[in-house]
Design a protein around this ligand. Structure first.
Ligand code: 4AD
Ligand code: MG
Length: 489
């Protein structure tokens, strides 16, 4: 009898046939009349119940069947007598692949805290919560590739090791083959990277965008989907040192096209998860409902996880400029009562409390903010022709064609822009912010030879998974989180 995953088996449920199931024991329960073993193999949130007569299994085998042990169980699939499952397995044979000493195995059949599970990140995929998150993560990754393939984009692989700082923010991990304790020095005492394997100073990439732009200027519509690294020491529930980013870049797109693409893309991949991860989402939805019950009434969320996801895919995102958002924030209750931790005024970078006020309190839906002050955005963004005004005669500073997509509970999920395609303006801006144009000569070549309007954005994949799963901490939606003081394996 060929081996089938529990997911395949429950889908076809061939009652009356003999099947073999392989998986890990979630629970074992013994009664006078039977032994019940709940098995899960990770293919689905559902377990399959295997039932044996009490005297059917030898004592030394029965003793090894404990939570966490790995078994191969063969038997006839029959309609279940119990509630909660349609079918169960009438055991004819059990093989214990690997026992799990119950005194030492850290996962017990009870709800463990997420903090505890973070300490045993190597075993947590065996829990219901994490296996559901990881299956949804997979579905979302597949939906990302499907979306772009269906829409004529080419998948471009951009380098991980690079000499350039795509964001110009200096948050890079250095990559070197030099001996850190006694690196070779130049005559003026600086580290001599010319003796390094790469012959110059190199880093892990913070974004594939600059190379993505080269791709768009050749293939038209491209996207990247790969790991990116930020050496920012942010110990928050929204930041990782290693995260996956999806970056489409499109020739001949302007800011409006870019916004429309971002909205359609993110809605389509969320819809894919709703359509293909029903069991896992229902499990996480219930989990959250239980958690909400433990909170004070006024802190409980109005919408369940599934309602929140449906709301996002069914409603148009709110679009407004940064300048309009500042007006709203200045006139908001928290600003007037001095309840924001950080004050707002035109020109400041919005803090997550401001973003969340706009999304969760004011508009109560996802928001796309555009045309940010030039001074707080990256050098490559296209400069607007006119400075911002508020309609009452106030004229503010110069702006760029930037867009940030803000989500409830998350804040910024996407950052992007139309790109500066004018060579002279781009070089002038680089010099202004202290980026040596010679270091990015290859990037500037796109503006020297056949330049064109183009635009793109970056979606932080873990922030998307965080939103779709309703988890509260970004370290719980990536199998092996890399964050300050967390890189054991
Ligand atoms: O806003 P960011 O820094 O934009 C860029 O990197 C552009 N080059 C993207 C582009 O236009 N192609 O990052 C983009 C997104 C953010 O909106 C956020 O979702 C995510 O990446 N992100 C992080 N996610 C987890 N941990 C971090 N430390 C992150 N930093 C950014
Ligand atoms: Mg950003």
């Amino acid at each position: 009898m060929p081996y089938q995953s529990i997911q395949q088996l429950l889908k076809t449920a061939p009652v009356g046939t003999v099947v073999t199931v392989k998986g890990w024991v979630r629970t074992k329960r013994e009664s006078k009349n039977a032994v019940f073993i709940a098995l899960n193999d990770g293919s689905t949130i559902n377990t399959i119940q295997a039932v044996a007569q009490p005297d059917q299994l030898a004592d030394d085998v029965l003793r090894l069947i404990t939570t966490g042990a790995c078994l191969s169980v063969t038997g006839e699939l029959v309609e279940s007598q119990g509630s909660g499952q349609a079918v169960e397995l009438k055991i004819s044979d059990v093989l214990v692949y690997g026992p799990a000493d119950p005194d030492k195995y850290p996962l017990q059949p009870k709800r463990h805290s997420l903090e505890f599970l973070r300490e045993i990140a190597h075993l947590r995929p065996r829990t219901n919560t994490f296996s559901a998150v990881l299956r949804i993560r997979h579905a979302l990754a597949f939906a990302v590739h499907k979306y772009f393939n269906d829409n004529g984009f080419y998948y471009l692989n951009t380098p991980i090791i690079t000499a350039s700082d795509a964001e110009g923010a200096g948050e890079m991990f250095r990559v070197t083959t030099l001996d850190a304790t006694k690196p070779p020095l130049t005559d003026d005492g600086a580290v001599d990277y010319s003796q390094d394997f790469f012959g110059r100073e190199t880093n892990l990439t913070v974004s594939g965008q600059l190379e993505g732009e080269l791709g768009a200027m050749a293939l038209g519509k491209i996207y990247t989907f790969g790991p990116t690294f930020r050496a920012e020491n942010s110990n928050t529930t929204r930041h990782l040192a290693e995260f996956w980013m999806i970056e489409p870049e499109i020739a001949f797109y302007e800011l409006d096209d870019n916004m429309a693409l971002a909205e359609d893309f993110v809605k389509t991949v969320i819809r894919y998860a709703l359509d293909h991860c029903a069991d896992d989402l229902a499990f996480l939805d219930n989990r959250l409902k239980e958690e909400e019950k433990t909170k004070k009434k006024e802190e409980q969320s109005e919408l369940s996880l599934l309602e929140k996801l449906r709301f996002v895919v069914d409603n148009e995102f709110q679009k407004l400029t940064y300048t309009e958002a500042i007006e709203i924030l200045l006139n908001s209750k928290p600003a007037k009562k001095g309840q924001f931790q950080y004050e707002v005024s035109w020109g400041v970078d919005l803090q997550s409390e401001h973003e969340r006020y706009l999304v969760e309190k004011h508009f109560k839906k996802p928001v796309i903010l555009t045309n940010y002050p030039r001074a707080i955005k990256a050098f490559y963004m296209k400069q607007d022709d006119e400075p911002a005004t508020n309609g009452r005669g106030d004229v503010f500073g110069p702006t760029v064609r930037a867009m940030d997509v803000l989500f409830p509970g998350i804040g910024e999920i996407i950052g992007g822009s139309q790109r500066e395609d004018n060579y002279d303006k781009l070089v002038a801006r680089m010099e202004e912010v202290g980026i040596e144009p010679d270091a990015l000569w290859w990037y500037l070549d796109t503006r020297r030879f056949g330049s064109a309007p183009h635009a793109g954005f970056g979606l932080g994949f873990e922030r998307l998974v965080l939103f779709v799963t309703g988890m509260g901490n970004i370290r719980d939606v990536i199998p092996f989180p890399r964050a300050p003081k967390q890189a054991e394996f």
